[in-house]
Design a protein around this ligand. Structure first.
Ligand code: FES
Length: 491
């Protein structure tokens, strides 16, 4: 019988993006059976040799390596308690299968014996002889040792190391690795989960377990009622998956309208000069009060200046919602921006308190499976970076392309980040463009897009000054891109 895998597990085993397999399903080159990938289909498309490149074998070797650091082991390996629970469940499943096989074996041997007796009683009746021969051959075949399929072995092992969670009613899936709890794992996978404190006191991450087992990983002050407990409710921030498959019922935010406004007092972790006129501001929220936002959104920052009072400014968040405690901003020198003036003057130092109010804005990733194309001009790279990181967490797009125009002396102040993505990910490519004029630069970007992209059936995200966005938008519309595939943010 053919072994079946979920698309997520198959992607993990092969070391390819989930979006790549989903694209093959849509194109018809990979045929699913009841929503699952048959292993022989997978082997037809991906020769077994590719397993060597999947990274999984390497990861297993790393875990075995005694010298490998405790931190990495914690990231990859679940706790001993969770491992024991998953191993117990798998051993129980194996014991069940063994019991069933023994029953079937006894039944077939009994039938073989009966057929042999009938064949001896009726030597002229070929039917009994044929039946006896068929049963004997089938039995010999079933008992013969067949080579084990490596993918099947890997899948079984993966089920112990990582749990797969399916979310109802959206159908989204995510994996739980290492010591991560359900909330952290869901956020790292790009899901728009409902939560608040992240430490078991507010109850906002409450979900219902439909199937599978969870185990508590930290104490919670929030008390579930007896009815909620009996209905299977649990807190995502205080539990992890104890079984290798888990189904949860929960509501995800469908868009910016579902994210409440929040006010949080954060602390400056660092101010880093990326270029003469660009600073990276790193804020950290308290552990118990994180910022819930969608990639591509902005927040209003406030700093209280000794004696003279507050200064405010709104900036797009340049980091991923999956790291909701660490908020990054690219801030440009601008004489009309009082907060930037103080930052460049060195008045805002590490440990200073900065108020974050928000989030605002609807420049967020749309649902869909098209290839994603991002275009940024100067600091427009901030919301684009957040969107790219979110898209990488979701792992649903078959490919991601970035075109970044620099118009000033600060150039591509975070080009290292682009190179890092490109080196780490097969499905990511980028092109850096320079032109002092945003309009001429937008036309150059449009030309580069036409040269690099073989079709226009992509979703395009454009961020930067108004003239850059308007010019590129017009060029793409003229090239035949539908309005519904264009998303813009003017900064
Ligand atoms: S996020 Fe507050 S209890 Fe889980």
């Amino acid at each position: 019988m053919t072994h079946h895998l979920s698309v997520w597990r198959a992607a993990q085993l092969l070391g390819v993006a989930r979006g790549v397999l989903q694209q093959q399903v849509r194109e018809g080159s990979l045929v699913l059976s009841d929503g699952l990938v048959p292993i022989d289909e997978l082997l037809r498309l991906y020769p077994e040799a590719q397993l060597e490149e999947s990274g999984l074998l390497e990861r297993v070797a790393q875990i075995r390596d005694e010298a490998f650091g405790k931190r990495v082991r914690e990231r990859l390996m679940p706790s001993q308690e969770v491992l024991a629970q998953r191993l117990f469940a798998q051993t129980q499943e194996l014991a069940d299968v063994r019991k069933h096989l023994q029953h079937y074996h006894r039944l077939v041997v009994e039938l073989q014996k009966k057929a042999r007796e009938r064949a001896q009683e009726h030597p002229r009746d070929a039917t009994w002889q044929d039946m006896e021969r068929q049963i004997s051959q089938g039995l010999a075949q079933a008992l013969a040792t067949e080579s084990v399929n490596l993918l099947e072995v890997m899948d079984d092992m993966l089920k112990i190391m990582t749990a797969q969670v399916t979310v109802r009613p959206s159908g989204h899936q995510f994996l739980v690795e290492g010591h991560a709890n359900l909330l952290q794992s869901g956020l790292h996978s790009g899901l728009r989960l409902n939560y608040g404190c992240g430490n078991g006191s507010c109850g906002m991450c409450k979900v219902r377990v439909i199937s599978g087992e969870v185990t508590q990983t930290q104490h919670s002050d929030y008390q579930l009622s007896e009815t909620e407990k009996s209905q299977g409710y649990t807190l995502m921030c205080c539990h992890t998956a104890a079984s290798s498959e888990l189904t949860l019922e929960l509501l995800e935010a469908s868009g910016p309208q579902d994210i409440p406004e929040q006010q949080i007092t954060t602390q400056v972790r660092a101010v880093t000069a990326l270029a003469p006129n660009t600073r990276l501001l790193h804020l950290q929220t308290p552990r118990t009060h994180r910022l819930r936002f969608l990639a591509g959104q902005s927040v209003r920052l406030g700093w209280t200046m000794p004696v003279t009072g507050d200064v405010h400014a709104t900036y797009p968040v340049a980091s991923c919602p999956c790291d909701d405690r660490n908020l990054l901003f690219f801030i440009r020198r601008d004489s009309t921006d009082p907060l930037a003036n103080h930052l460049f003057a060195g008045d805002i130092k590490p440990t200073a308190a900065i108020t974050v109010l928000g989030p605002t804005g609807d420049f967020v990733l749309a649902d869909g499976h098209r290839p994603l194309v991002f275009a940024a001009c100067d600091e427009g790279f901030a919301p684009i970076k957040s969107l790219i990181e979110h898209a990488l967490s979701l792992d649903a797009a078959p490919s991601l392309s970035l075109f970044w125009l620099a118009t000033g002396g600060d150039g591509h102040f975070a080009s290292n980040q682009c190179r890092a993505w490109s080196e780490a990910l097969d499905q990511f490519e980028f092109e850096l463009v320079s032109d002092h004029d945003p309009v001429a630069g937008a036309s150059q970007v449009a030309l580069a897009m036409r040269a690099d992209l073989f079709d226009i059936d992509c979703d395009f995200y454009l961020a930067g000054p108004a003239d850059f966005v308007a010019t590129l938008h017009a060029e793409l519309r003229a090239a035949g891109v539908a309005e519904s595939q264009l998303f813009t943010e003017v900064l």
